[in-house]
Design a protein around this ligand. Structure first.
Ligand SMILES: Nc1ncnc2c1ncn2[C@@H]1O[C@H](COP(=O)(O)OP(=O)(O)OP(=O)(O)O)[C@@H](O)[C@H]1O
Ligand SMILES: [Mg+2]
Length: 248
């Protein structure tokens, strides 16, 4: 039987603001199998971040079901949900959300403090490994404000990886980056995908869908398109073809 990491059924999210209700998600259903690399696209306001926040257990649905790795999220307590999120999900935010004036290593270690089974020594070792994995071995003791945007995004990705999550959720992970740095980050995501990670990547940029295995398009809180991509392009090839000094 195929293993679904995500299964959502008729997911709705209403926001009530000043007596008016915004229907951010109007009944969304889909499943994501282990090892898929999915982009979620759609115009501004179509519900992408709302959906990603629900998938990341940062928010709860108004109605509908969400099964994460087979577990119904709706019936869980706040605490259990936080633990589930910490163990199973790595979240990469558009604005990096790093602690300022704090080193790369300390930022990456953070999620492990909530995991009592990880000793201080393991915490450090795993964090250093994660920083190696994203190509930041030489910036371990640099502070957030001493790094470029692309490097900060790598720290954020290392932090998302450090708990060895079953799934990585990224909201506009390349949104603030120049072309070259975007392809570096995309190359990194493709590497993580090849290593078996399940990835859900929200983006405005239609080109990015060409580098992923499936594309889901939202419009006005509904899925209007959900297609597999059988001809996934290599971000590394594009990166290698770019002039060395573009961006940075
Ligand atoms: N906390 C909130 N309170 C009220 N309305 C909200 C809230 N969050 C989102 N919305 C509304 O829900 C709709 C979907 O918002 P969402 O942030 O999911 O869009 P998005 O697709 O991520 O857009 P963007 O591409 O601009 O990031 C919008 O109309 C937005 O105004
Ligand atoms: Mg958004």
């Amino acid at each position: 039987m195929e293993k679904y990491i995500i299964r959502v059924e008729n997911l709705r999210r209403d926001f009530v603001v000043g007596g008016e209700t915004v229907h951010a998600l109007r009944g969304v259903s889909f499943s994501i199998r282990e090892g898929e690399f999915v982009t979620i696209m759609g115009t501004s306001g179509s519900g992408k971040s709302t959906l990603l926040n629900l998938l990341g257990c940062l928010d709860t649905a108004t109605a509908g079901e969400y099964y994460l790795d087979g577990i119904s999220v709706r019936e869980m307590s706040r605490n259990d949900r936080a633990t589930l999120r910490n163990r199973k999900i790595g979240f990469v935010f558009q604005s990096y959300n790093l602690l300022p004036k704090t080193t790369a290593l300390e930022n990456v270690e953070l999620p492990l403090f909530y995991n009592p089974s990880v000793s201080a020594r393991d915490r450090k070792e795993r964090s250093i490994n994660a920083l190696h994995e994203v190509g930041l071995a030489d910036r371990i003791h640099h502070r957030s404000n001493q790094m470029s945007g692309g490097q900060q995004q790598r720290v954020a990705i290392a932090r998302a990886l450090v708990n060895d999550p079953v799934m990585i959720l990224a909201d506009e992970a390349t949104g603030n980056l120049d072309t070259r740095t975007s392809f570096e980050i995309l190359t990194l995501f493709q590497k993580l995908h090849r290593e078996g990670r399940t990835i859900v990547f929200v983006t405005h940029n239609p080109e990015i869908a060409e580098f992923c295995s499936r594309n889901i398009v939202l419009r006005d809180g509904r899925i209007v398109e959900d297609v597999q991509n059988t001809q996934v392009r290599s971000a590394k090839e594009v990166l290698d073809s770019l002039p060395q000094d573009s961006g940075q």
